[in-house]
Design a protein around this ligand. Structure first.
Ligand SMILES: Cc1cc2nc3c(=O)[nH]c(=O)nc-3n(C[C@H](O)[C@H](O)[C@H](O)COP(=O)(O)OP(=O)(O)OC[C@H]3O[C@@H](n4cnc5c(N)ncnc54)[C@H](O)[C@@H]3O)c2cc1C
Length: 437
């Protein structure tokens, strides 16, 4: 197998790695690689920080391993190689009446990435996390195949789902798809005027898919204003969608300056009429709203950006409001900010979800934003919440054991699976999740 020296980066483009990367296309080549040169896997690099980076070492790019191996229309179970994109699976199966039960906010995440971060979707409060719908995983550990499932090698299954790729290469998986009426969505949007109203609206929302866009620049009485989106899948097949657009260059620094973002947010808020509106759209629009603009991460210029995402327990919504206040007063937030209620569904020892509220906000990569994110991380820890590894690029190790109380179980399984630390990534080293040399 050819190893190519290359530079690659997380989606935020603030953290980068240099090293040799192999891109196997066949199962036999992958097995040989795993036996002869074990290295961490990379999917589509949609994690924002360094979850998939191995600076100075090797990495195995899984994106050519993208075959659908089989589908059973009786049970809805699909078996796929781990490099298949979740969006492709959604689009090709929804028209036939099946959909992946969980889809993150980008269709470009691979199945391997969805498992390794145990991703959640806009319906987490109804169906739980991605790993809860995984029937079986085929892992490769030093060239040996191992089947894990909630019943078979259950401990290793729980260490693999949400396990940041540390238990082996995920070669393929069987996913239990969910029946659906078609590939359209009835989408209801309504304005929310402030924080308390937003929390109450999320608590009382009954739709299958629910998410809030929040104006992280609004202060005072308008703090926490935003738009609540509620969706239900409906029958019908979408006409083929419009062409994706591309951001062709790194944006200049002023593009996301405080006045520009404030003006953008005010206009975005008014986009939905005061009385709300209901539309019918192809599912890709609400599921993956940003995927239509390829490389939108270039909008933040050469220095890149960070996303802060935390979840705090239900009784800590006041602490989350204080965090939003800090963000709004800082004038550093970008237009991309999301508030969502989560259920308690999680499938792995290191899975992110907990019952509570999750807030995600993007910040341009600047010194002041880095300081603010450190403060937000501590406020999250004080509230008994946790930050999301898929988004993080900045945290230190201090709060991790408390945020992830099942870390010791994960660590035991990981040390057994990969005693020499060959699968360790930059994130694992930064957060001292494992002892590596
Ligand atoms: C616009 C956008 C919206 C998003 N919205 C959401 C959201 O709503 N909910 C959510 O939960 N996440 C969300 N994410 C995060 C994203 O879903 C996760 O980061 C996901 O893991 C990315 O998948 P990937 O294939 O790009 O994996 P990568 O980022 O390349 O890798 C992620 C991790 O998975 C491991 N990995 C990847 N493939 C394998 C494999 N085959 N075997 C073993 N380990 C593997 C890597 O080592 C790494 O630890 C979003 C990201 C973006 C860019």
């Amino acid at each position: 197998m050819r190893w190519k020296k290359t530079e690659y980066w997380g989606w935020g483009r603030a953290l980068r790695a240099r090293g040799e990367v192999a891109r196997p296309e066949r199962a036999s080549a992958l097995t040989t690689l795993s036996a002869e040169s074990p290295a961490p896997a990379i999917g589509n690099l949609r994690s924002y920080g360094d979850a998939a980076l191995n600076d100075g070492g090797r990495a195995i790019d899984m994106t050519r391993m993208d075959r659908v191996i089989g589908f059973d229309p009786e049970t809805g179970i699909v078996e796929v190689e781990s490099g298949v994109n979740i969006g492709d699976l959604g689009i090709s199966f929804a028209a036939r009446g099946w959909i992946p039960p969980v889809m993150p906010g980008t269709g470009f995440a691979t199945i391997g990435g969805c498992i390794a971060n145990d991703v959640h979707g806009k319906n987490h409060h109804v169906v739980g996390s991605f790993g809860q719908h995984v029937e079986e995983i085929t892992l490769l550990q030093n060239g040996r195949r191992k089947t894990v499932s909630p019943q078979r090698n259950a401990d290793l299954f729980r260490a693999t789902v949400g396990g940041l790729g540390q238990t082996g290469l995920i070669a393929s998986a069987k996913i239990r798809m969910m029946p659906c009426k078609g590939d359209m969505m009835v989408l209801t949007e309504r304005r929310i005027d402030g924080w308390d109203e937003f929390i109450a609206a999320l608590d009382s929302a009954r739709s299958e898919y629910t998410v809030g866009w929040i104006d992280a620049t609004a202060r005072g009485a308008a703090l926490g204003r935003g738009i609540l989106e509620e969706g239900e899948i409906t029958s019908g097949i979408s006409p083929s969608g419009g062409r994706a657009r591309e951001v062709p260059f790194n944006a200049p620094n002023w593009a996301l300056s405080a006045p520009v973002v404030r003006a953008f947010n005010a206009a975005y808020f008014r986009r939905v009429p005061a009385g709300g509106r209901t539309t019918v759209k192809p599912i890709t629009a609400p599921f993956f709203p940003l995927d239509k603009i390829h490389n939108w991460n270039r909008l933040y210029g050469k220095r890149g950006f960070h996303q802060f995402q935390c979840v705090v327990p239900i009784d800590q919504s006041d602490q989350l409001r204080r965090m939003l206040e800090r963000i709004a007063n800082s004038g550093l937030a970008s237009p991309l900010a999301v508030l969502k209620r989560m259920g308690n569904g999680r499938a792995g020892y290191m899975s992110f979800p907990m019952e509570g509220y999750t807030l995600a906000v993007d910040f341009p990569n600047r010194a002041a934003a880095v300081l603010l994110i450190a403060e937000l991380e501590q406020m999250t820890a004080d509230a008994g919440g946790r930050i999301y590894f898929a988004k993080d690029a900045l945290a230190g190790p201090d709060n991790m054991r408390e945020m992830y109380p099942e870390h010791d179980k994960w660590l035991r399984a990981v040390q057994k699976a990969d005693p020499d630390g060959k699968l360790a990534t930059d994130l694992v080293r930064r957060l001292k999740l494992r002892e590596t040399s």
